[in-house]
Design a protein around this ligand. Structure first.
Ligand SMILES: [Zn+2]
Ligand SMILES: [Zn+2]
Length: 102
């Protein structure tokens, strides 16, 4: 299977959040289907606990995508991508809520 996403062997969370240094994932072959194996040991542990992969102290607020368990808390997200971006996310959620309650 050829899946070039996020490169080979680099932790998906380190890459996504632009961390330095980028740590190697626990499954450098990239063959595992378990998304946890695409993370470094630190991020893997936090993801399995359901906490923010960046600080490990708070509940994950936003996950990478619908089927992902890799998430960050709001303060970490805002610190990385800006308060604006965090508000945009909340605006989308509000819109979805409103659409669902119609
Ligand atoms: Zn990592
Ligand atoms: Zn955090």
């Amino acid at each position: 299977m050829q899946d070039s996403e996020a490169g080979t062997g680099a932790c998906l969370a380190c890459t996504h959040f632009g961390l330095h240094p980028v740590m190697p994932s626990v499954d450098p072959s990239g063959r595992s289907k378990d998304e946890a194996d695409s993370l470094c040991t630190t991020h893997r542990a936090r993801m399995t606990e359901g906490t923010c992969v960046l600080c490990g102290r708070r509940q994950a607020w936003l996950v990478l995508h619908e089927t992902s368990d890799i998430g960050s808390c709001r303060p970490c997200y805002a610190a990385r991508f800006g308060e604006e971006a965090a508000r945009d996310v909340e605006a989308v959620w509000r819109a979805l809520d409103e659409a669902a309650s119609l």
